[in-house]
Design a protein. Structure first.
Length: 332
């Protein structure tokens, strides 16, 4: 049972939930939370949390963190939406920030586990993907355009290299979740992704293919699985990659039914041009950067059964339940 945990991106959707949930573990003494943004309302007044406002690529945070001797490092910090015209800034925040964190984790003797959040987007939303051929963790990563996914691929390779040249003694877990949602994700944190567009912006659900689907993992399932890694001895695992996703598919027509919208069939080329125009006309305020259009047209069918088969984890929610039901720890 760790006494001290470091969570980066603790002001974000996932990071804040992990900090909130893990702070309730009676034997955990401290959560060191690092983020550029201020402490969110969810975590204010929590006496187990030490808040550090810092950019990971800058080293000032490390001296403070070292004093608390973290045993687990959880890397959630990420600039997801591409910043218009500022690739160098995005590279610094995501890749240089990750490099700084990984270097800290592998040189700090107290750290025993490193948990890094990646994404199933790294497999690539490709026209050749088939719902009958799900991606498991052994499949190669194919995304080459969408910046969020390509940077995640680079971060995974970077982490693997840190592990390869290390002297051992640390466990590394890379989690690739499908889209995360639930009561808090839909209602509380102001996320501006697909669900926000379908629920509050578009008067219809655009569908470029009859086989276009999405998969989801409920926010409670995600925090539960990370808790399993953090608070339990995981034997016979040194470096492991785990997809985290419910198995069922949500088709475009299902989304239309859930959001009480009509389906509008559109060709993929029209979606691509709409994203291009929206990106440049709004200077990125609508997050439709290069390659993002594919995720509105082509599926990324994944299987999350490894979490159950090898870790004994049982999902509490299907994709549809995660998307539709107001059940979970943040239902209120």
């Amino acid at each position: 049972m760790p006494k001290s945990i470091l969570i980066t991106g603790a002001a974000g959707y996932i990071g804040a939930m992990l900090a909130d949930q893990f702070s309730r573990a009676p034997d955990l003494e401290r959560i060191i939370a690092v983020d550029l943004k201020p402490c969110p309302e969810l975590l204010r007044g929590n006496d187990k949390i030490v808040w550090i406002s810092a950019e990971l690529s800058q080293g000032a945070w490390q001296r403070t963190v070292e004093r608390y001797r973290p045993e687990v490092v959880i890397h959630c910090a990420w600039q997801i939406a591409e910043i218009y015209g500022k690739r160098e800034l995005q590279n610094r925040l995501n890749l240089e920030g990750s490099r700084s964190l990984f270097a800290f984790a592998f040189r700090t003797p107290s750290v025993k586990k490193v948990i890094h959040f990646s994404t199933v987007s790294t497999y690539g939303a490709l026209v050749s993907n088939s719902l009958d051929d799900r991606f498991d963790e052994s499949r190669p990563l194919s995304e080459g355009h969408y910046l969020y996914a390509t940077e995640k691929i680079k971060a995974e390779k970077m982490l693997e290299e840190f592990y390869r040249v290390s002297s051992g003694g640390k466990q590394v877990f890379v989690i690739r979740p499908s889209s995360v949602t639930g009561p808090r994700g839909r209602n509380d944190v102001g996320k501006k992704g697909l669900l926000h567009m379908l629920d509050r912006v578009l008067p219809f659900v655009p569908v470029a293919s009859r086989t276009w689907t999405r998969q989801y993992v409920h926010e409670d399932d995600l925090t539960n699985f990370v808790g399993l890694l953090v608070f339990n001895a995981i034997n016979n695992k040194n470096y492991d990659v785990i997809n985290l996703s419910a198995e069922d598919y949500i088709y475009g027509r299902d989304m239309a039914m859930i959001f009480k919208k009509r389906v509008l069939p559109v060709p993929a080329i029209l979606v691509r041009w709409a994203f291009f125009l929206a990106w440049h006309l709004t200077h990125g305020r609508i997050p439709t950067g290069r390659g993002a259009w594919k995720y509105f047209c082509y599926s990324i069918p994944v299987t999350g059964v490894k979490a159950t088969r090898e870790y004994g984890f049982e999902y509490g929610f299907t994709s549809r339940e995660a998307l539709e039901k107001s059940e979970g720890r943040y239902a209120a």
